[in-house]
Design a binder for this molecule. Sequence first.
Ligand code: FAD
Length: 306
Amino acid sequence: MRVTDIMAKRMAFSFEIFPPKTDAGMEKLIGKDGVLDRLCTMKPDYISCTYGAGGGNVGKNLEVLDAVRLKTIGITHFTCIGNTREGIKQQLQAYLEHGIDHILALRGDLPFGWTGTGGDLHYATELVKFIRDTFGDQFTIAVAGSPEGHIQCRSLEADISFLKQKQDEGADFIMTQLCWDMDQFRYWMDAIRAAGITMPVDVGIMPVLDAKATINMALSRNGCVMPRALCEIISKNWIFDSPFAPTEAEASVAAKKASFKEAGIDYTIRLIDEYRVCGIAGIHLYALNQYEDVARLVRESGIKDF
Ligand code: FAD
């Protein structure tokens, strides 16, 4: 079964997880009755697993995907960073041998100070072409889409034209960068369709659960816009240093974190509602290797009955 076959029939529903760095973290994620088992009680159509730039955690990425594969379709993220053509061929062959035939083909974030990928391929377009030329139709290929434009793009138009090129090279569907700016998202959907991009769009949703993580996800990489409503939630539950207030007591910080999470869950559910009427093909929840809050989001948003 291919993810695109599911998307042709109905909206897909999936999770993203990441390979933990420690053995204890791995046990918590993929051990018996661990987070993965519990996430799979929600019957996701697929689960994707991130790939560390430079291939640092490839072993654990494959170990996680081996566990995913027993329960649902597994998608590996994959980047060009530091990878030679031969290295890519060998790694992708290994994925196929492990039954992983879905891939998110990425360039990867360039480490600070780098001007290129340090590998043989420079852009995701080249990686998509390489995968198709080397492996034919064995892989279903997803590619990244950035509704606000990639942080390094020279213009949104240029970024969209490269997305079209990914389709022309053989990509099958789009997985989006997080985007809280719904006006921008709707504009981008119209713009990619006008550009002849017909690939289904699977929307990546970062649950708003923690103030620090939310700010980090918005600003540490991609300069994402935070709408006023989201900024208000952060302001009303401010836990960082402030020139106008004394250092907060621990109990007060804990209460604000809990209050932030409640407001953030409500915000995320409303966001999912808005996305679902934008002609998208899937909701891809960043599960952050957690179960409880993610399950609550799924249940209360009504994406899936379980
Ligand atoms: P590209 O599509 O190659 O684009 C990179 C930049 O180059 C853009 O500005 C684009 O406009 C420009 N460009 C593209 N093609 C050309 C061309 N032919 N000529 C000139 N300019 C061009 N990173 C990880 O390291 N591991 C992960 O697991 C991971 N998972 C991700 C999951 C999702 C859903 C998303 C959206 C991103 C993920 N990333 C991950 C981050 C991703 O690697 C970065 O956003 C990276 O900086 C760009 O990757 P890309 O595939 O979008 O690059």
